[in-house]
Write a protein that binds this ligand. Structure first.
Ligand code: ATP
Length: 249
C-alpha cells in the first residue's frame, strides 16, 4: 500500500504553558475525506495550523512518505497542501475573479493559460462562482463566500485541502450544499482534512473521523460507524437516533 498523503505521528503543539495537542497520530490517505470533530477548545484549529506549518510543533510530519523536517507554509504549499482558514480571509473589495486569481499565484510561472483552465475547473465545481465572477467578494452570501474561499484554495491545485469549519455561520441547507461539494472534491483528485463542530454533517460526508478531546485523539474510526456509536450520539449528535444520523446528506 502506498504511503499516506499526510501522516502525523506523536504530533504535539504548545502555546507557552498551554499544551494544545498531545501526541496526536493522524493520517489522510489518497482520495479520503477525513474529519476531525470535537468540542470547543479541543485543539482542532491548532491541529490544522500546525500541520500547515503556521505554528511550531513537535513529532513527525510525512507527506506521501517524505519526512518534512521543519514544516513551513512554503514547504507544505510546494508539496500540494492548501488551508482554508475559519475566517475565510477573502479580499472583500476585490471581485470573485480576482480573489481566485490570487489563489493561483503560487502557479503564476505556468502562465495565463494554466490559470484560465484552472479557473474553469473551479467554476465547474462551483457554478455559482461563475455566475458571480464580477461581483465584489464582500457582497456575496455566507455560503458563496465559503465557496469562494475553497475555490481560491483549489486554484493552487492542492492534493490535500485542509478546511477549518466550513459550516461556520451557515444555514443548514447551505451547510449541506457546501459539504456536498467538499465530498465531491475527491473526484477532482483532492483529499480533504475537514475540521468541523457540526459533527453530524461532517460524519455524513467523511470516510473516516478522529474525535479530538482536550488535545488528544479520544476515538477514531470509519465515519459511518461513529455515526452509530453511542458515545458519539450522546456527546456530539444531540437527540437524534442512530438511524436518523446515518441518513446520507
Ligand atoms: N494563540 C493562543 N495562545 C494561547 N492559547 C491558545 C491560542 N490559540 C489557542 N489556544 C488554546 O489552545 C486550545 C485549543 O484551541 P483551538 O482553537 O485549536 O481549539 P478548537 O478545537 O479549534 O476550538 P473551536 O472549535 O472553539 O474553534 C484552547 O485551550 C485554546 O484556548
Amino acid at each position: 500500500m502506498s504511503a499516506p498523503l499526510l501522516q502525523l505521528n506523536d504530533f504535539s503543539v504548545a502555546y507557552r504553558e498551554v499544551q494544545a495537542l498531545h501526541s496526536v497520530d493522524l493520517e489522510v490517505r489518497d482520495g479520503e475525506i477525513v474529519t476531525v470533530i470535537g468540542p470547543n477548545g479541543a485543539g482542532k484549529t491548532t491541529l490544522l495550523c500546525a500541520a500547515m506549518g503556521l505554528l511550531p510543533s513537535s513529532g513527525k510530519v510525512h507527506l506521501s512518505g517524505e519526512h518534512i523536517v521543519r514544516p513551513s507554509v512554503e514547504a507544505m504549499v510546494a508539496r500540494g497542501v492548501g488551508l482554508v482558514p475559519e475566517r475565510r480571509e477573502l479580499f472583500g473589495e476585490m471581485s470573485v475573479h480576482d480573489n481566485l486569481l490570487l489563489g493561483g499565484f503560487v502557479r503564476w510561472r505556468r502562465g495565463q493559460r494554466d490559470q484560465k483552465a484552472r479557473m474553469e475547473e473551479v467554476f465547474d465545481i462551483f457554478p455559482r462562482l461563475r455566475e458571480r465572477h464580477a461581483q465584489m467578494a464582500s457582497t456575496l452570501s455566507g455560503g458563496e463566500r465559503q465557496m469562494l474561499a475553497i475555490g481560491r484554495a483549489l486554484m493552487a491545485r492542492p492534493r490535500l485541502l485542509m478546511l477549518d469549519e466550513p459550516s461556520l455561520g451557515l444555514a443548514p441547507l447551505i451547510v449541506r450544499e457546501v459539504l456536498q461539494v467538499v465530498s465531491s472534491l475527491r473526484r477532482h483528485g483532492v483529499s480533504v482534512l475537514l475540521v468541523e463542530q457540526n459533527a453530524r454533517a461532517a460524519l455524513q460526508v467523511a470516510d473516516r473521523a478522529y474525535v479530538l478531546e482536550m488535545g488528544a485523539v479520544a476515538l477514531t474510526g470509519a465515519a459511518r460507524e461513529l455515526l452509530n456509536d453511542r458515545r458519539i450520539i450522546d456527546t456530539y449528535l444531540g437527540m437524534g437516533n442512530a438511524k436518523a444520523a446515518a441518513t446520507a446528506v
